[in-house]
Design a binder for this molecule. Structure first.
Ligand code: NAD
Length: 444
């Protein structure tokens, strides 16, 4: 069932006036209700203990902070920041921080829930969380973003910490943002935590305690799962074509790595428009263009096209790597690919799954396909704790092991239970969570 955003909690009428007849979009859909629909499907299939189901239907903590920041022109503005901590039964809360104008509590509840599922599935010792600040990063200078980041971190205070809740980059944030968070955190809590405190975030720059391979990790992880899919059905990736929505961190690394394996990128769409070239788009040249121009629009190696034509691109692999709720019940019938590998979180509406299945399109679900980011975040956190620096080859080899193991488990469960990959991924994840709850019980 699709509903509008969660009970007025996520988005006030003042923020967004939506006609009740307007089609749902990623900004108006109740994403948390969507996430629970997927959860219920798997919980029913596996007969999840009712008390575990009840617990996981709610985030443990929903933190909202309002904090003032001085802008470059001398004005002061109060920003709204969030941190949702869904579950920590497997370890410290873990999940990204996004800066976007559409950030809401409802969206972050869904994202935090998905982090619990993802971390359990990929086998890292973390729970699930997600945070964000409601702002359009394009409207602020770098020094304003720095002051916003530092005040947000200060406002979160002890709600984050290397043994409690560990943020990472997501949409609109990057390694620089993480370094500002780490620096603010260690300065807030004193010199005693100066080095240990750096583990409060992952996805930092290398000079400031980051891990080699973290920047590319989510995109590379997506490609690992695509390689497993190809190996499983005798597909030669070097003869494959693909299309990518979103050419930021996840989309551009996935595109470049797939391109390096010989696959041909036919179309890309982002917030500036859509481009296509039937002879192929050079992913490295496009990444350089996006860095300089801020989006795919105007790329000389392709022609502009429409969003509708982008979705209808005839290709082997489609990688949504931008926003949630993109492959809707209306968009799904127009797809002409063999595989959807979900780089983004929640890009496919629950109703669209049946449409894709009926068309014979396989889906590698988000909590599996994009788990490479949190896997390498775990490696970074481990290196920080041990005072180690792993080589890029080590990181890539370990990432492949985690991704291949998770992919194998999902396919085994899908085969054994004759269920789709998404439901199977949730079953794997929930089985681990249920086992922990069964053994330790509920306090008191
Ligand atoms: P990013 O900010 O680096 O890039 C976002 C991309 O989305 C950009 O190309 C932007 O143009 C595009 N976009 C924004 N609005 C759009 C619109 N209206 N229509 C089409 N495209 C639009 O973000 P990212 O880190 O690459 O994250 C992308 C997705 O991957 C998100 O769903 C995020 O939660 C998910 N994800 C990211 C990571 C990570 O490590 N960064 C890990 C797991 C999942």
């Amino acid at each position: 069932m699709v509903t509008r955003d969660g009970g007025g909690k996520g988005r006030s009428k003042k923020e967004k006036k939506v006609s009740p007849d307007a089609p749902l979009t990623f900004e108006t859909v109740d994403l948390f209700a969507q996430a629970l629909t997927l959860f219920d499907r798997a919980a029913d299939v596996m007969g999840l203990e009712p008390y575990v189901r009840t617990i996981l239907q709610h985030p443990k903590n929903e933190i909202i902070v309002n904090f003032p920041v001085r802008l470059d022109d001398g004005r002061y503005k109060v920003f709204k920041g969030y941190r949702v901590q869904h579950n920590n039964v497997l370890g410290p809360y873990k999940g990204g921080i996004r800066y976007a104008r559409f950030v809401t509590l409802g969206e972050l509840k869904a994202m935090a829930f998905w982090m619990t599922m993802k971390n359990s599935l990929v086998g890292v010792p973390f729970g699930g969380a997600k945070g964000g600040v409601k702002l359009d990063p394009a409207h602020y200078s770098e020094s304003e973003i720095q002051r916003i980041t530092r005040r947000y971190t200060h406002a979160l205070g002890t709600n984050i910490g290397p043994d409690w809740d560990i943020p990472a980059p997501d949409m609109g944030t990057n390694a620089q943002t993480m370094v500002w968070i780490a620096d603010t955190y260690v300065n807030t809590f004193g010199s005693a935590v100066r080095f240990a405190g750096r583990g409060v975030v992952t996805g930092k720059t290398i000079a400031n305690g980051g891990s080699l391979g973290r920047d590319e990790a989510t995109g590379r992880g997506v490609v690992c799962t695509v390689q497993s899919w190809a190996a499983g059905n005798g597909t030669d990736l070097s003869k494959c074509t693909f299309a990518v929505q979103g050419f930021g961190n996840v989309g551009s690394f996935a595109g470049r790595i797939l391109g390096d394996l010989g696959a041909t990128m036919l179309a890309v769409q982002d917030h500036t428009g859509a481009i296509a070239n039937p002879s192929g788009i050079d992913p490295h040249a496009l990444a350089a263009h996006v860095r300089a121009a801020g989006g795919v629009k105007g790329f000389p190696g392709a022609k502009e096209t429409t969003t509708e034509a982008f979705w209808a691109t005839k290709c082997d692999i489609l990688i949504p790597a931008a926003l949630e709720y993109q492959i809707t019940e209306q968009v799904a019938p127009t797809l002409r690919c063999r595989l959807v590998a979900e780089g983004a979180n929640g890009p496919t509406a629950p109703e669209a799954d049946a449409v894709l299945a009926a068309k014979g399109i396989e889906v590698i679900p988000d909590i599996l396909a994009n788990a490479g980011g949190v896997a390498v975040s775990f490696f970074e956190w481990t290196q920080n704790r041990r005072g180690e620096s792993w080589t890029l080859d080590e990181v890539r080899a370990k990432l492949r092991t985690y991704m291949d193991t998770a992919y194998g488990r999902v396919k085994d469960v899908a085969r054994e239970r004759r269920i789709d990959n998404r439901t199977a991924a949730y079953v794997v994840s929930l089985t681990r969570l249920q086992e922990v709850y069964r053994e330790r019980g509920i306090f008191p």
